[in-house]
Design a protein around this ligand. Structure first.
Ligand code: MTE
Ligand code: MO
Length: 326
């Protein structure tokens, strides 16, 4: 009998982004004295995964649950949706390693239940939410968005979740709330490389008016299913007009702040990764061009669109020189 074995990573990294480009961030980190090559299992000293989970392809009932979606909107102009298998096997989630296939191989360690999200800071009604209450409270929407990584690759994904703005309003931000800070889970037991590579926990932030923009989205799933762990289960941010690193994964805390919060890539290299980080083909990264991008699964690069093709956000930046406020 012929047994067909599916390769764990259907698309090799080099097919999608030229080697020198995706290697750049790793090499850069190495220069910074941060080890980019921690060994997943050696670092956390835990037993190997159960065989069923080792490849990251077998999920529990909760993890593979089909979501019931109330409304669906295409916000990617009819562009073809990227196959889910590509999106879940070519990831950036440095808590699980720097290789594009590392998150799919290692994120089975993430425990998504119980899971709470603390919302605090400059607001009248701070609170702690249980992820399952969130699922019950909000009718889920599906939005097809483009996602453009600062490294020059992109995907089109049907994200399932709810608008960020109305969610934040429930906590009654005060007039001092000028920014919103987001924090990822930090747990070296579950995240084998959490001890090195970047300063943890991963942090991101938005100006409050960016967070309230109707395009800003909190995702709990994709392709009609509960969010795969490697894509930031159980709750991640989705900000389609900004480079992918703004879309922080596995959120445990949201804080309203008066001052701009520190954000991970900006802290590590402020001359390369700005706080705003709006997708902008006219402002090159210091080490590579941002004029074009490679859509996963496509052969040729395509032009990168201003604000990733979401020009309705332009008024948020009126008066800002986008070459300096990048
Ligand atoms: N906590 C955390 N969030 C993260 C990252 C990360 O390393 N850690 N990587 C970011 C980057 S660079 C990108 S491009 C997107 C990738 O999302 P995807 O793997 O679901 O495509 O997640 C972002 N969110
Ligand atoms: Mo990214």
């Amino acid at each position: 009998m012929l047994i067909q074995i599916k390769p764990p990573f259907p698309i090799s990294s080099s097919e999608i982004t030229p080697e020198p480009v995706y290697r750049d961030r790793r090499r850069f980190l190495a220069r910074m004295g941060l080890s980019a090559f921690g060994l997943a299992c050696a670092a956390c000293g835990r037993a190997d995964p159960p065989a069923s989970q080792a490849s990251g392809r077998t999920a529990t009932a909760e993890e593979s649950r089909t979501l019931s979606i109330a409304t669906r909107t295409d916000r990617a102009g009819g562009e073809a949706v990227t196959p889910m298998d590509s999106v879940t096997h070519y990831n950036n989630f440095y808590e699980y390693g720097t290789g594009k296939g590392d998150p799919a191989a290692n994120a089975w360690r993430l425990k998504t239940r119980p899971w709470t999200v603390r919302v605090e800071g400059e607001c009248e009604a701070p609170g702690t939410l249980d992820i399952d209450d969130l699922f019950k409270r909000y009718p889920l929407e599906e939005r097809i968005y483009r996602h453009r990584c600062v490294e020059g690759w992109s995907i089109v994904v049907p994200w399932d979740g709810f608008a960020l703005g109305p969610f934040l309003q429930r906590f009654k931000p005060t007039s001092r709330a000028k920014y919103v800070a987001f924090v990822s889970l930090y747990d070296p037991q579950q995240m084998p490389q959490a001890g090195n590579i970047l300063p943890w926990p991963y942090r991101e932030g938005l100006r409050i008016d960016e967070a309230m923009h109707p395009l800003s989205f909190l995702s709990v799933g994709m392709y009609g299913k509960v969010m795969p762990k490697q894509d930031g289960a159980p709750l991640r941010l989705t900000v389609p007009w900004k480079y992918g690193f703004k879309s922080i994964k596995s959120i445990v805390k949201i804080e309203f702040t008066e001052r701009a919060p520190p954000t991970t890539w900006n802290v590590v290299a402020s001359d390369e990764y700005g706080f705003y980080s709006n997708v902008n083909p006219n402002v090159d990264h210091p080490r590579w061009s941002q004029k074009t991008e490679r859509r996963l699964g496509e052969l040729f690069r395509r032009p990168t669109l201003m604000f990733n093709g979401y020009p309705e956000v332009a008024p948020l930046y009126a008066g800002l020189d986008l070459r300096t406020y990048f």
